[in-house]
Design a protein around this ligand. Sequence first.
Ligand code: SER
Length: 586
Amino acid sequence: MTHLEIRKKFLDFFSAKGGPATGGKHVIVPSSSLVPDDPSVLLTTAGMQQFKPYFTGDADPIKDFDSKNTISIQKSFRTSDIDEVGDETHLTFFEMLGNFSFGGYFKKDAITWAHEFITKELELEIDYITVFGGADRAGEKISYDEESEKVWRSLGISDIHVMGLEDNFWGPTGNEGPCGPTTEIYAGGTEIWNIVFNEFYCKPDGSLENLKTPGVDTGMGLERLLAVLQKKNNIFETDLFVPLMAKMSKDLPIRVRRIIADHVRATVFLLSDGVRPSNKETGYILRRLIRRSATHAERYRFAPDFLEELAKTVMEIFESVYPELKKNRNEILNELRRELEKFSRTLKGGLRALDVMVKKKKGISGKEAFDLYQSYGLPPDVLGDVLKEKSLSFDPKEFEAEFKKHQNKSKEGQEKKFGGHGLILDTGELKAETLEEVKKVTRLHTATHLLQAALRKIFGPEVRQMGSDITARRLRFDFTFGHKLTIDELKKVEDLVNDVIAKDLSVIMEEMDYRKAKEQGALSFFKLKYPKRVKVYSVEEESGVFSRELCGGPHVKKTGEIEKFIITKEESVASGVRRIRATVEP
Ligand code: SER
């Protein structure tokens, strides 16, 4: 059974399950982006992520899906497993098959269908299953999941392992969210399916609240399932990986081949979902993946375009499943090439410096590791890989501490730059020293919203904010974009903003739940974390919404107050990220 066949089988099977008594048929929902709407996490780590508001009651599944039950095959990414990559089962990027219920069905149906799918559809034998045995958690007693155990026994499964909190209680990856006991299915010697019964809402302090409508959240790792079905020893021998592994000589250490295969897959999907290499957050994760693969490629003397070729193979494997890969193909390859070129300037020097350090001593300190990163861009994972081969290591905590120290230093530097002047407004984005300046930055701020809206209206929703900085003299807006904007394109953007200014439209502020704001299509800035209640600023034309953003303000009341918007400069800031400087007059 190929990966394409198993995808189809899963979707077909669950599409036919469920009816009026259980809240409706399962509706197929496409994978959401790896960059989630949920501000509590950096990347999508599980299928349930996009459905969180349905579990908590913040959104209505009937309204959105016409059913209480959904299924998806979700692109997922887990940084927590990055050090394990190279063994037989761990990946950073992976896909998860999942069925979900938001108050439709519960334990009996979820377990019965899972059992039927595994034993009848896939004709696999279940080794054993696990259930939650109850525990004390943050002073609260959570009871033994006898109900699940009973259902399993009624299906003829008797090898049942009773487990504790660590293994069989699923909690949110952010600090709060739906959670509850799990039951796990083992087949072919590995865990293949995790079925979570979301009975509680986990609060930031660790305490639990009963959810009004308990839900079902299941996750089955596609790669592991394939390894079992295709009777392979590990995930890298399945049809999802064979075309990639075949491109690397068997003489290379197997761990290195697996790391490269995993990282290139992850790189392609992160780039496709709009992440760009940088030194912060998701950008930093992506940079590390690319640089780690590049370092191995260099050490083992692969051809210069090897990683690009591998990226093309990834796209071939997945193109029928994720059509966006085809659409984003050139941009993905260009971005990858740019980051590789940038890194190639320091890579060789970095490896030499590392060699010298290692030879002289018996290992390197976390601070030295950080210096290698600072001077040559060698990421910590690479250092770990190289040192490991020589049975050496460095302290990653010390590295992290240095990294943080450095970030704080640059922040302090910035605060000093502005600190002496006695700012009366400083939102991080806007800075003003006098009331006069407050008025000016407020006009520039609304102009920034109009600018983003205009860019997206003209070039499409691929345009995403990457940064914004406003002083009394100018605005500066960074965004994802593949090429240098032409004079004509800039003119079009400037004209559109000035049109909206001329219409003198109202700028309306509303406070609402974060989820509701996202439902209304309000733009958020992925680098920011938002509270549950947010402010949304909108500018509406007769024909519909022109601009809608989550924002703390301040803004003008009417667009006419901006008067005249002028673009002064367009430049590149980083690969795939452009910067527009603009001002308002008078
Ligand atoms: N959320 C659970 C997991 O990630 C089940 O989908 O394992």
